[in-house]
Design a binder for this molecule. Structure first.
Ligand code: ADP
Length: 477
């Protein structure tokens, strides 16, 4: 494969090193997905405590004095096939706790900690590392790396193109205006059309106004972000850059998420295993469900619309349905789920917690996955649902709208439906969708047809990687 170009990917988390959310999955998956297309990608991230222990072979490829109170070194190593560059700056990152917070809450100096990451990224983009590696494209993720395109642009980009990907607009990297100079930003750029953001600073906004391309993790979310209901204050900024904004869906690791790889395997061509998995799942939770067995695997938060479940469930249960919930989050919503499990023994199963192995059993055995989100940049569980023939019943927002084809009469007769969508995200529309689920399940031929369609969808990284590759190619000088 001839080398098309090199990409420096900059983020605060990356699988398999550190993960708090879907961002880490994407950052960890992209290098492997892009390599076959001729793109060489290195990931730059902070050396949080204990990360250096992940491999013995680190080579120093950069050194930076005066990095917000100490020295920083960039260490290059290979972790599970990934080329990683750790920014080793103990005064900023060698701390007890997670990437963003310690035992006492968010780190007080998060603005500086991630400014340092961005600063080093921009410098490496401009001149390359000491081992002679220089990127053609700087690809940064979310607010933590948002200042990197700004530093690159203000200091001279030397022909390096930049891409900023928004994984969740809710996090904007806010800082006080008084930090402008400490964050090494040009004072003459502090006005509303540039760095100023509601009287302060936002590293995400700084990135959005200075990068060459903006992407987010689904086409619908890209359009939604220009509207006040979804843009969370940044809608105007994004709208003014509409000509460089695009949405590229995340993929799923189809090696990990594959019904053929489950303990009782099945596939679109041989569905018997699914029935066995359903029976095992019912046995695990003590359920007996004559109709469709719905599942939820999710953070239990208002974003995910979990508060709507108690409103719509009684009618669904009466219609023969059942529900398995695996999740944790808001104590109020956890309590609401406990109430449902207590109220409908034999029909509602609940596990509060995070359990990846169990989530595989749930998708293998479930008939339909419910995702009633209020907003959803991309979403993964609806894609697992498609792969597993566990039909997605989803709110038509963000990536959910882009990945599920609603089983309306036209789609059914054309043979393209893959699930059920509803809009808006409220109890009335959700209840209607569940009624439709019951009706579809009552027609076995139609049901298995939709199930097979769902399982045939390509949710792998292949097509997304091709879109990123095309984007990078457009930035080559
Ligand atoms: P978000 O990143 O907003 O939480 P996504 O759907 O993009 O939502 O990704 C959530 C990921 O976390 C999925 O892989 C989902 O299976 C997983 N997940 C969420 N809650 C749990 C849980 N309680 N146990 C196991 N996996 C979970």
């Amino acid at each position: 494969m001839t080398l098309k170009g090199r990409v420096l990917s900059v983020a605060s988390e990356c699988v398999p090193l550190v993960k708090t959310g879907g961002l880490a999955d994407v950052v960890g998956a992209l290098p492997g997905a892009l390599a076959p297309l001729g793109w060489e990608m290195r990931v730059l991230m902070p050396a949080y405590r204990a990360l250096r222990a992940r491999t013995a072979d680190w080579a120093e490829v950069w050194r930076e004095e005066g990095l917000w109170g100490g020295e920083g070194r960039v260490l290059l190593g290979r972790v599970e096939g990934l080329e990683v560059m750790l920014l080793d700056a103990p005064h900023l990152y060698d701390r007890e706790g997670g990437p963003y917070a310690g035992p006492g809450g968010d780190w007080w100096d998060n603005a500086q900690r991630f400014a340092a990451l961005s600063w080093v990224a921009a410098k490496i983009a401009r001149v390359g590392t000491t081992d002679g590696w220089r990127p053609d494209v700087l690809h940064v993720h979310d607010w933590q790396a948002g200042l990197a395109p700004a530093y690159l642009a203000y200091g001279g980009s030397e022909g390096v193109g930049s891409v900023l990907t928004i994984h969740n607009i809710a996090f904007q990297g806010w800082a006080a205006a008084s930090q402008l100079l400490d964050l090494r930003l040009p004072a003459d750029q502090f006005y509303p059309g540039a760095l100023e953001y509601y009287g302060g600073l936002s590293s995400l906004k700084a990135g959005l106004i200075t990068c060459d391309r903006i992407t987010t993790v689904s086409p619908t979310y890209a359009a939604e972000l220009m509207r006040p209901e979804f843009g969370m204050g940044l809608q105007g900024v994004i709208a003014t850059r509409a000509s460089v904004v695009s949405g590229i869906l995340n993929g799923v690791d189809t090696g990990v998420w594959s019904p053929e790889a489950e303990p009782v395997p099945y596939s679109a061509a041989a569905m018997q295993g699914k029935a066995a998995n359903r029976a095992a799942l019912c046995a695990e939770f003590g359920l007996e469900v004559p109709g469709p067995l719905a599942i939820i695997v999710s953070r239990l938060t208002d974003q995910k619309g979990i508060d709507l479940v108690p409103e719509v469930l009684p009618e669904f249960i009466e219609g023969g349905g059942g529900l398995v919930v695996l999740g944790s989050g808001d104590p109020k919503l956890e309590a609401a789920m406990r109430d449902l499990a207590a109220r409908y023994p034999g029909r509602v199963g609940l596990r509060i917690g995070y359990d990846e192995a169990m989530s595989h059993r749930i998708f293998s055995g479930g008939d339909a996955v419910l995702v009633p989100s209020r907003f959803e940049p991309c979403g993964l569980t609806q894609m697992y649902g498609l792969r597993y023939g566990c039909l997605p019943v989803v709110a038509a927002v963000g990536g959910l709208a882009d990945t599920v084809i609603h089983a309306n009469p036209a789609a059914l007769s054309a043979g393209v439906a893959t699930g059920i969508t509803f809009h808006p995200t409220d109890a009335t529309a959700f209840a209607t969708a569940l009624r439709q689920l019951l009706a579809l399940h009552a027609e076995p031929k139609l049901w298995s047809h939709v199930q097979r369609n769902a399982m045939k969808q390509d949710v792998s990284w292949a097509s997304s990687a091709a879109e990123y590759a095309a984007l990078y190619e457009g930035l080559l000088a």
